[in-house]
Design a protein around this ligand. Structure first.
Ligand code: NDP
Ligand code: OXD
Length: 315
C-alpha cells in the first residue's frame, strides 16, 4: 500500500516522516519521491495542483487535511466515486472554539469602543451589559458550531443557531433553512459563521444579511460578525460598506475572498476589523498523523471510513 502526500503550504517531508513512523508496514511518499501512480491507494491532500490525481487508478480514498473540502470538491479532475475523508479532531475543534470565544468576548466587552477611547485618551466608564443580554447566533450546527456553543454556554450568552436541517440543541434557539433565516438574524447581536462553503452558502455574509441583524444591541455597539468559515462566504465590499454606514459595528475575519489578503484591501486599515490570517484552527501534524493513520489502518482491517464527505450535499 502506498500513501502519497500532496500538501501545498506544508512541510510534506516532515508529515511523511510522521506517517512512516505510524505506518511502518506501508510505503509513504511525497511528490519529491519516485512513485508509480497506479500504486497509490491513498492520497493525503491540501490544495491539490491540477494534475494531483492524474493516473491514480487504484485510489481507495482521498484524505483531506482540511476540515472544509470546498476547494477539493471544485477540483476539475477529482476522481469520481472515490470516498473523501475530511479531518475532524479534538485539537482542531478546540482551537476553533478558542478563536470563537476570544472574538465573541472581545465584542461583548466592547473591545472596539474601548480601543478607540484609549487611542483618544478618553476615560468613559461605560459598563458592558452581562453576557445574558448579548445574543450570539451561530451559522452552522455541525462539529465546529456545536463545540463553539458548548464553550459559549458557560459564559451565559443567549444562543441561537441556524442549520440546513432541523435539530434540537439544549439551551439554544434553533432556526432552520431559508424559512428560518430572517428570524434567526433579527434576534442576533453577534453573528458567527461556521458554515461549509457550498453553492447555497456562497456570499451569504452580504449587505442584505447584515441589514437584517438586530440593531442597537451590545450597548449600542452591535451588530458584529465573526467569520471563521471561508472567504467565499463573505462579500468584502459589502462588509466595508456596512461598517462605513453603521449597519455593522465591527467584524472579526479569519478568512478572505483572496488569501493572503491583498495589501490594497481596505479591510487592513479599519480599526473595527480584527484580521487573522486563516489560523483559527490549524490541523496539527501530531493529531493529523494519528487521525489519518488510524483511518487507514481501520479501513484496511475492514472497518468503514469515518467522516466521509457527502459530495452531492457539498460538505
Ligand atoms: P460540518 O459539516 O460538521 O457542519 C456544517 C453545518 O453547516 C451543519 O450544521 C449544516 O447543517 C450547516 N449547513 C450546511 N449548509 C447549510 C445551509 N445551506 N444552510 C444552513 N446550514 C447549512 O462542518 P464543520 O463544523 O466541521 O466545519 C465548518 C466549516 O468550518 C468547514 O467547512 C470549513 O470551511 C471551516 N473551517 C475553517 C477553519 C479555519 O481555520 N478558519 C478550520 C476548519 C474548518 P445540517 O446540520 O443541517 O447538515
Ligand atoms: C480547514 C481549514 O478547513 O484549516 O481545516 O480551513
Amino acid at each position: 500500500m502506498t500513501l502519497l502526500l500532496h500538501l501545498a503550504d506544508f512541510n510534506e517531508r516532515r508529515w511523511a516522516d510522521g506517517f512512516q513512523a505510524a505506518l511502518p508496514e506501508r510505503r509513504v511518499v511525497t511528490r519529491a519521491d519516485t512513485v508509480r501512480p497506479e500504486d497509490v491507494e491513498y492520497i493525503f491532500v491540501w490544495k491539490p495542483t491540477p494534475d494531483a490525481f492524474d493516473g491514480l487508478s487504484r485510489l481507495k480514498a482521498v484524505l483531506s487535511l482540511g476540515a472544509g473540502v470546498d476547494a477539493l470538491l471544485r477540483h476539475p479532475r477529482l476522481p469520481k466515486n472515490v470516498p473523501i475523508v475530511r479531518f475532524m479532531d479534538e485539537d482542531l475543534t478546540q482551537r476553533m472554539s478558542d478563536y470563537i470565544v476570544s472574538q465573541v468576548t472581545l465584542h461583548h466587552r466592547l473591545g472596539t469602543r474601548f480601543k478607540r477611547d484609549q487611542q483618544a485618551k478618553r476615560w468613559v466608564q461605560l459598563y458592558p451589559a452581562p453576557a445574558w443580554d448579548a445574543s450570539v447566533g451561530i451559522m452552522g450546527l455541525g462539529n465546529l458550531g456545536l463545540d463553539a456553543i458548548r464553550h459559549l454556554k458557560v459564559f451565559g450568552y443567549r444562543l441561537r443557531g441556524w442549520s440546513r436541517t432541523p435539530k434540537a440543541v439544549d439551551g439554544v434557539e434553533v432556526f432552520t433553512g431559508e424559512a428560518g433565516f430572517d428570524a434567526f438574524l433579527q434576534g442576533t447581536d453577534i453573528l458567527v459563521n461556521l458554515l461549509p462553503l457550498t453553492p447555497e452558502t456562497q456570499g451569504i455574509l452580504n449587505y442584505e444579511t447584515f441589514s437584517r441583524l438586530k440593531k442597537g444591541g451590545l450597548d449600542g455597539e452591535g451588530p458584529v460578525i465573526i467569520n471563521a468559515g471561508r472567504g467565499g462566504h463573505q462579500n468584502e465590499a459589502d462588509i466595508v460598506r456596512a461598517l462605513g454606514d453603521g449597519t455593522l459595528k465591527a467584524a472579526s475575519l479569519d478568512v478572505f475572498e483572496v488569501e493572503p489578503l491583498p495589501a490594497q484591501s481596505p479591510l487592513w486599515a479599519l480599526d473595527s476589523v480584527y484580521i487573522t490570517p486563516h489560523i483559527a484552527a490549524a490541523s496539527s501534524e501530531r493529531t493529523g498523523v494519528a487521525y489519518f493513520s488510524k483511518v487507514i489502518r481501520d479501513f484496511e482491517a475492514g472497518l468503514p471510513l469515518p467522516n466521509v464527505v457527502d459530495v452531492r450535499r457539498g460538505y
